[in-house]
Design a protein around this ligand. Structure first.
Ligand SMILES: *Cc1c(COP(=O)(O)O)cnc(C)c1O
Length: 341
């Protein structure tokens, strides 16, 4: 096999959901936008439903239609992007609940689907999506939403003063609301019960990423070694000749590159693993290939791990100068994907 092998542990995803559910005083939903953070909606969503999730969030209506086809009629599916122009038929046919986030969306929903359920998204300080207090006050005499939510901008930093400020603002804006309330994603669950309200919305923690430090890793990615070569001191590896050997080295060339979502910013910084032994990336990550220093290995294995027990998504993210979310959602389409659990 010449492509990387991506093993995805559905049992670990289910256990991560249950662990977050056990920490939460509210009902726990599951956020499965972006193809379940790159891990495969059609396999991940049923595993989460089997673990006990009854409510799901995706970003856009198109994802909601796909998810409805996967999960059948029972679960409630919320659309974080709300009701966009052109969404009406999809929302109606797949019975999706848009989280309306601006006055124009509220008007669009009332005009086109007056009897269909909707949720409301409030802005409590992130200034991304959500109604401002005045827009929200103007709506209070209309039909009732089935869920009122907001989103925290800094929940991965427990000491950040914006968390408490957004909590206060959410409480003020929902003081007279009888609908269920939701504020916390993964980070908000970890901030404690004050943040949980009626429904929590974990995403990244289900998939093994920070800020859920106790998460079980979910993904393992092994890249096949295509060839091994010896180079002399002074020879270079890869585009731009950015790696120059200071002594004789053994270089493994593995199959996988930035076309597979292995971020090019790891060039010269990241590592792959042979068992528990770190092997530095030599020079630039190219589209389909990466050079790796394996001089220090007694034997070069058939595959080197990019993700595994010794290097999780957040360690790779550190080397690439990004966050675990981007490492996960970049996982490429060429891998041979195997699901366990
Ligand atoms: C993506 C998202 C979530 C899930 O966030 P995580 O940090 O991955 O747990 C929850 N709510 C909203 C509004 C989101 O955009």
């Amino acid at each position: 096999m010449a492509t990387g092998i991506l093993d995805i542990d559905l049992g670990a995803i289910a256990r991560n959901w249950r662990a977050l559910d056990a920490m939460s005083t509210a009902e726990t939903s599951a956020v499965v936008k972006a193809d379940a953070y790159g891990l495969g909606l059609s396999r991940v969503a049923p595993a989460l439903a089997a673990a006990g999730a009854r409510r799901f969030f995706v970003a856009v209506a198109e994802e909601g239609v796909t998810l409805r086809g996967i999960l059948g009629h029972a679960p409630e599916i919320f659309i974080l992007g709300g009701h966009m122009a052109g969404d009406t038929q999809a929302l109606r046919d797949a019975r999706l609940v848009p989280m309306l986030n601006a006055p124009e969306q509220v008007a669009r929903h009332r005009d086109s689907l007056p009897d269909a359920p909707f949720g409301i998204q409030l802005d409590t300080g992130m200034n991304r999506l959500g109604l401002e207090p005045a827009d929200w006050a103007a709506l209070r005499d209309g039909p009732s939403p089935v869920l009122v939510m907001s989103h925290l901008a800094c929940a991965d930093e427990p000491g950040h003063p914006q968390n408490a400020a957004q909590l206060r603002s959410f409480r003020e804006m929902t003081a007279e609301v009888s609908a269920p309330l939701s504020l916390a994603a993964t980070g908000g669950i970890l901030l404690g019960p004050d943040y949980h309200f009626d429904l929590t919305r974990p995403g990244v923690g289900l998939y093994g990423g920070l800020p859920f430090e106790a998460a079980e890793p979910v993904a393992r990615l092994a890249l096949p070694v295509i060839q091994v070569r010896e180079i002399a001191a002074g020879e270079s590896v890869g585009y731009g000749a950015s790696f120059v050997a200071g002594r004789p080295e053994r270089i493994a060339t593995v199959s996988g590159g930035y076309a597979d979502g292995l971020l090019r910013s790891q060039s010269g910084r990241g590592h792959l693993y042979a068992g528990n032994i770190a092997c530095p990336i030599a020079g630039r990550v190219s589209m389909d290939l990466i050079g790796v220093v394996v001089t220090h290995l007694d034997t070069v294995p058939d595959r080197l791990d990019m993700l595994g027990p010794h290097q999780g998504v957040d360690a790779v993210a550190d080397a690439a100068g990004t966050i675990g979310y981007e490492v996960l959602t970049s996982l490429g389409a060429r891998y041979h994907r195997r699901y366990t659990g």
